[in-house]
Design a protein around this ligand. Structure first.
Ligand code: MN
Ligand code: MN
Length: 456
C-alpha cells in the first residue's frame, strides 16, 4: 500500500476513521502543554489497566506499567515474553510544541495596558501569533512548596488574551519589512488588562491584574519567577474541510504522533518483545534537559524495569536491551502544500492522505545532524507495514538545501538501536493552526500497532 491514497481503501466506510479522530480532537484540545499531555496520557493508560511503576513491587510478562518523569515526560511498557535484553519495540514521540513562554519577570504596564512579556519557545513564524485568541496554561510554584495550576482562555466563559498588531492604515513602514522582521520576538507581549485600581497612581492597571491573580490563585508578582506559564492558541481542535477529512488544531507536532503511539501501546493485548511508548519534552529546543530525549531518564527507566523484573544486572541489561531494540521515532513530516510546491522535490514529498510517512533521514545542509536509518532496518519496516496492509509513504524534509530540521531519532540511535522516523504529514507546521488528515492519523495508529507486534 505504498504511495496510495488511504481514503480509497475505506471507500464510504469511514466511520472508524472519523470516530478515532474524535478521541484525538479531545486529546489535543485538552493536552495543550507537555504537562497536560502527560496527564491525559495517564488517564488513557489507567483506563487500559496500566499501573504507575511507583505502585508496583515487581513486574512479569503481560504486565503494563508506566514511569513519569517530573510531570513532563512519560514512558509506558507492555512487558513481553522474550527477555528484556533481546530488545524492545519502541515508539517515541514528543509532547512539547512551539509556543510563547512568560519571562521570569513578565508583568509590566505601559500607557494604560498591563502586559506579560514572553520569550518564544521553538521555531515560530512570529507574525502568525498576533491578533489571534490566546490562552494561558501552566503552573506557578510557590516558596511554601504548593503549586497552583493556571488555565485561562479555554472555557467559552473565560476571557482570552492576545498580542496586538498594527492597523493596516499606518503600516506603510512595517509592510515594507521582510516577514522575519515585521514582528519582533521582543514585541510578542500579551495584553492582560486595561482597568486601573483607583487607589494607586503608578502601574495601577498592572496592580489590578495582580489583584485578580491574587484572588484567583493566591499568588504574588514574585511567584512568577518560579512559574511555567505557556501562551498557546485558545479553543478546541476542529474538523477542517467541507468533507471533514482533516483536523485543524494547535500542537499536531507532535501530539498527533504521541496520541497514536500511545493508543497503539494502550490497545495491545500481549507483547512478544517488550513494547514501549516514550513521550518526551523539549524536542522543539534540541531535546535537552531532564525531560528531553537526551536525558538519562529513558536508560534509567529501562534499568528500573529490569530491576522490577528481577534481572541480575539491570544497568548492563538496559544497555543490551537498548542496543537490540527497534524504534520508530514518531514525529510529523512536512506535508506537501500545492500552494508552496517549489520547496520540495515532487518525488520525495509526503502527501496528506497517503498514510504513515517515513523519513529515512532529516537534517540540513547535506543531512547534517540526521539519524540516517539503515536500509536493512527500513526493509524490515516496509515488510511489517505491507503485511499489515497499512498505507504508507516516504519523503524527505524539503528539497536539498531548502532548509531542514531534526527529530529525536539520532539520540536513540546513539544507543546503537535501529531507528527510523515515522509520522503524520502536517500542513502549516508550527503555526497556531496546524492541519493533518484524519486517515493519516488512523493509518499511523494501525502502523504503530503493527510495528509493536512485529516479528523479526
Ligand atoms: Mn516534531
Ligand atoms: Mn517541530
Amino acid at each position: 500500500m505504498y504511495g496510495k491514497n488511504a481514503w480509497l481503501k475505506y471507500g464510504s466506510d469511514t466511520k472508524v476513521i472519523m470516530d478515532f479522530a474524535e478521541g484525538y480532537k479531545d486529546f489535543i484540545t485538552t493536552a495543550k502543554t507537555e504537562r497536560l499531555a502527560v496527564r491525559e496520557a495517564v488517564k488513557i493508560l489507567d483506563a487500559k489497566g496500566f499501573k504507575n511503576a511507583d505502585s508496583v513491587k515487581s513486574v512479569k510478562e503481560g504486565d503494563k506499567v508506566y514511569f513519569i518523569n517530573k510531570n513532563k515526560n512519560i514512558c509506558a511498557f507492555v512487558v513481553g515474553k522474550k527477555p528484556l535484553e533481546d530488545g524492545l519495540r519502541i515508539l517515541g514521540a514528543h509532547i512539547d510544541s512551539p509556543r510563547l513562554d512568560f519571562k521570569e519577570h513578565p508583568l509590566y504596564e505601559n500607557k494604560g495596558f498591563a502586559y506579560a512579556d514572553t520569550h518564544y519557545y521553538g521555531g515560530v513564524k512570529k507574525y502568525q501569533w498576533v491578533t489571534i485568541p490566546l490562552a494561558l496554561h501552566g503552573v506557578i510554584c510557590k516558596k511554601d512548596g504548593t503549586k497552583v495550576e493556571v488555565n485561562i482562555g479555554e472555557d467559552p466563559k473565560d476571557p482570552v488574551v492576545g498580542i496586538s498588531d498594527l492597523l493596516i492604515h499606518l503600516s506603510a513602514d512595517q509592510m515594507a519589512l521582510p516577514l522575519a522582521k515585521a514582528i519582533t520576538g521582543e514585541n510578542l507581549d500579551v495584553t492582560l488588562g486595561s482597568i486601573p485600581v483607583d487607589d494607586k497612581e503608578k502601574e495601577a492597571v498592572k496592580a489590578n491584574v495582580l489583584k485578580l491573580l491574587k484572588e484567583k490563585y493566591d499568588v504574588e508578582e514574585e511567584d512568577f519567577i518560579s512559574a511555567e506559564i505557556e501562551v498557546v492558541p485558545a479553543g478546541p481542535a476542529r474538523d477542517y474541510g467541507l468533507d471533514r477529512s482533516m483536523v485543524a488544531g494547535y500542537g499536531h507536532d507532535d501530539r498527533c504522533c504521541a496520541y497514536t503511539s500511545l493508543m497503539a501501546l494502550a490497545d495491545m493485548d500481549k507483547a512478544e518483545y517488550t513494547a514501549c511508548c516514550i513521550l518526551v519534552d523539549k524536542e522543539e529546543i534540541g531535546s535537552v534537559g531532564a525531560t528531553g530525549a537526551q536525558s538519562l531518564f529513558f536508560e534509567n527507566t529501562i534499568a528500573k524495569l529490569g530491576g522490577l523484573m528481577g534481572v541480575g544486572h539491570p544497568v548492563w541489561l538496559a544497555r543490551m536491551a537498548m542496543e537490540n531494540s527497534k524504534m520508530l521515532s514518531s514525529d510529523v513530516a512536512a506535508g506537501y502544500d500545492p500552494l508552496y510546491a517549489s520547496v520540495g522535490d515532487p518525488k520525495n514529498v509526503a502527501y496528506l492522505g497517503n498514510g504513515l510517512n517515513f523519513n529515512k533521514y532529516t537534517g540540513s545542509r547535506g543531512k547534517s545532524g540526521s539519524n540516517d536509518a539503515n536500509p536493512e532496518y527500513y526493509a524490515f519496516v516496509r515488510r511489517t507495514l505491507d503485511e499489515a496492509n497499512i498505507n504508507w509513504q516516504s519523503s524527505e524534509l524539503g528539497k536539498v538545501d531548502q532548509g531542514g530540521g531534526g527529530t529525536i531519532a539520532y539520540i536513540l540511535g546513539n544507543y546503537n538501536m535501529n531507528v527510523i522516523d515515522a509520522g503524520i504529514a502536517v500542513l502549516n507546521m508550527h503555526a497556531p493552526m496546524e492541519i493533518i488528515s484524519k486517515v493519516d492519523l488512523y493509518e499511523a495508529y494501525l502502523g504503530y500497532k503493527a510495528f509493536l507486534v512485529s516479528k523479526d
